[in-house]
Design a protein around this ligand. Structure first.
Ligand SMILES: O=P(O)(O)OC[C@H]1O[C@H](OP(=O)(O)OP(=O)(O)O)[C@H](O)[C@@H]1O
Ligand SMILES: O=c1cc[nH]c(=O)[nH]1
Ligand SMILES: [Mg+2]
Length: 210
């Protein structure tokens, strides 16, 4: 399974700011969107383009255009919404498929509570947006759902991943490439990533844990 860690200095700098416990809701949200934009740029490197001739200032000129229907963005509610704006900054016309998953606090297993997917998934690459890949259960469940709906190409964009989550994805969805700003050390006893960011959903929405 390809795991692409984005070591770009801007990504690392912004992620460092997100790790600070006193970063405001506004700051955290802005940084999540900015890193999402940079990850989207990396994850779309291999988009197919085709030649098109347009009228330029000095006559016809061949340019390259992105070919066909290419992308659906898939934010996993809630925290994935914090990455949507940044991804849309680069792909403003992208269709959006929304998946709602909530991790059970005791078992840490995800519960699916919402799905509204575009109907031509078979023709698109799904870019799944979720800041945290902890046990990997939520991302794997989202990929199960996308596959069942006919999606053939999936990439995931995460801010932070734990080795445990990457291992689960390698076992359940080895074909899914994961673009990540950092691979952290481990999970704690509550399956939170260390050093991580804390609860990304709560930090993006300004709610309290629990
Ligand atoms: O890899 P996992 O162990 O499945 O954990 C990661 C998931 O947990 C968080 O969501 P959460 O369930 O807290 O929902 P929220 O985004 O609504 O806060 C996070 O945004 C991921 O979706
Ligand atoms: O570290 C973690 C793990 C799951 N969900 C989060 O928001 N953070
Ligand atoms: Mg949460």
């Amino acid at each position: 399974m390809p795991v692409i860690e984005i070591t770009h200095p801007l990504v690392q700098h912004k992620l460092g700011l997100m790790r600070q416990v006193d970063t405001s809701t506004k700051g955290f949200r802005e940084l999540a969107a900015e890193i999402a934009c940079l990850l989207t740029c990396e994850a779309t490197r291999d988009l197919e383009t085709e030649p098109v001739t347009v009228q330029g200032w000095a006559g016809p000129v061949e340019v390259r255009r992105i070919a066909g229907r290419m992308i659906t963005l898939v934010p996993i509610l809630r925290a994935g919404l914090g990455m949507l704006e940044g991804a849309l900054d680069l792909i403003p016309g992208a269709k959006v498929s929304v998946v709602g998953l909530q991790r059970d606090e005791t078992t840490h297993h995800p519960r699916a509570y919402y799905a509204n997917l575009v109907d031509d998934l078979a023709e698109r690459t799904a870019l799944v947006l979720d800041p945290m890949l902890a046990t990997g259960g939520s991302l794997a469940a989202c990929c199960d759902l996308l596959r069942a709906a006919g999606c053939r190409r999936i990439k995931a964009l995460c801010l932070v991943a734990a080795p445990e989550g990457l291992a689960l994805m390698a076992a359940r969805h080895p074909e899914v490439a994961i673009h990540v700003a950092a691979i952290d050390r481990c999970l704690n006893e509550n399956a939170y990533i260390l050093p991580g960011l804390g609860d990304a959903g709560d930090r993006i929405f300004g709610t309290r844990p629990g």
